[in-house]
Design a protein around this ligand. Structure first.
Ligand SMILES: Cc1ncc(COP(=O)(O)O)c(C=O)c1O
Length: 368
């Protein structure tokens, strides 16, 4: 089956209701899990920040390009996650590279969850350190790999928190247990922030972990936060090393000031809309429970992403047709780390109705 970009109407357009169904096809792609990309408060923050003053500062923050709006974004995300410090960057991809560049001179090995996102894998390579992969989610093998390192080793274990391509969470509680005191656990929680944990604080909150000085997180504003930008969040010493050693921070300009303002606004919206996070979580559980237990279906009732890897082209076509007939734009994608021929990646949003989620699950059940 050829890859097919979503061809439905603009997701920002009006969505009327006809016979109890919305008249426009429902979009299931992307990562706007909380629907914040349409939030009027964030739009206002964005517009206000652009209405006067410069659109951007015209230089790296390490030279003359700093601005209070960037520092406010950092304070907001650090406080939200209960961590001492944060560095704000242009994108989540750059935030991940910044973690790797910051710790390259301190760590001795990168121990890499083999399903980590491309930016984590690219960051691992960029360190120039030996990279030791372990099977995703397998804390026992991780423990064995760590146990074989010299006593003087300072390993950097690197993983996604929530897996953005297939749903599910890395067992970072078990990863932390396996990690020596001298090491770091780097969690790219791009898909965890805003989706898991009672307050949407990500995988660390979802797994009930307390503060841990070995933990460093990279994240993006482009998914549940509905805007853009990226951040590294953790201990002050690690964040200082981002500022002093990471080319992704030092040699790249921060994003336009409107991005920083909207990012800060999004953290405020997350605090004020805990019901939206809970709603997403309850839709995710409802959807997951209604899906058939089949090898083609990958997901986890705790997370809003489900992948369907069709067994063959005929099954892919059946699913495509069934989704269209049920009023959904089939979210067929190709992406690094997924099957090369493509797959369906379904990202639920808190703005869907329970009826829509039930209809979606029914269409999939019938087509499979
Ligand atoms: C796990 C993960 N990390 C990082 C990123 C990059 O974030 P950004 O789009 O802000 O560069 C993505 C984006 O797809 C992602 O899925």
């Amino acid at each position: 089956m050829a890859a097919r970009a979503p061809t439905g109407p603009d997701p920002t357009g009006p969505r009327g209701s006809r016979d109890g169904h919305r008249s426009d096809p429902v979009i299931l792609s992307g990562c706007d899990y909380l629907g914040l990309s349409l939030d009027p408060v964030l739009r206002e923050a964005w517009l206000q920040a652009s209405a006067s003053g410069p659109l951007q500062t015209g230089a790296s923050r390490a030279t003359t390009g700093d601005h209070p709006r960037y520092r406010r974004a950092e304070a907001a995300i650090a406080a939200f996650l209960g961590e001492p410090a944060a560095a704000f960057l242009a994108t989540g991809y750059l935030a991940s590279l910044a973690v790797a560049q910051a710790l390259a001179g301190e760590a001795t090995h990168v121990v890499l969850d083999d399903a980590a996102h491309a930016c984590v894998r690219d960051g691992a390579t960029l360190t120039g350190l030996p990279v030791l992969p372990f099977p995703s989610g397998d804390a026992e093998t991780l423990r064995r790999v760590l146990g074989r390192l010299p006593r003087s080793a300072r390993p950097l274990v690197a993983t996604d928190g929530v897996h953005g391509l297939r749903g599910g969470m890395a067992p970072i509680d078990a990863y932390l247990e396996a990690l020596p005191r001298s090491g770091w656990l780097w969690v790219d929680d791009a898909h965890g922030i805003g989706t898991v944990g009672a307050g949407g604080r990500g995988t660390v909150e979802a797994l009930g972990l307390g503060p841990d000085p070995r933990l460093v997180r990279s994240l993006t504003g482009s998914k549940a936060l509905g805007v853009a930008g990226g951040a590294v969040v953790g201990q002050a010493a690690v964040v200082e090393r981002v500022r002093s050693h990471a080319g992704a921070y030092r040699a790249s300009s921060a994003p336009p000031l409107a991005v920083a303002a909207a990012f800060t606004g999004a953290i405020g919206r997350m605090r004020r809309l805990p019901g939206r996070v809970r709603r997403l979580q309850s839709l995710a559980a409802r959807f997951s429970d209604a899906l058939p237990a089949r090898p083609e279906v990958l997901g986890d009732r705790r997370t809003p992403v489900t992948a369907i890897h069709p067994a063959d082209a005929a099954q892919a076509r059946r699913l495509d047709e069934a989704l269209r007939a049920a009023g959904f734009v089939p979210p067929w994608i190709r992406y690094p780390g997924g099957p090369s021929d493509g797959f369906f990646r379904i990202a639920l949003r808190a703005t869907l109705t329970a009826d829509e989620v039930d209809r979606l699950a029914r269409a999939i059940r019938i087509a499979l």
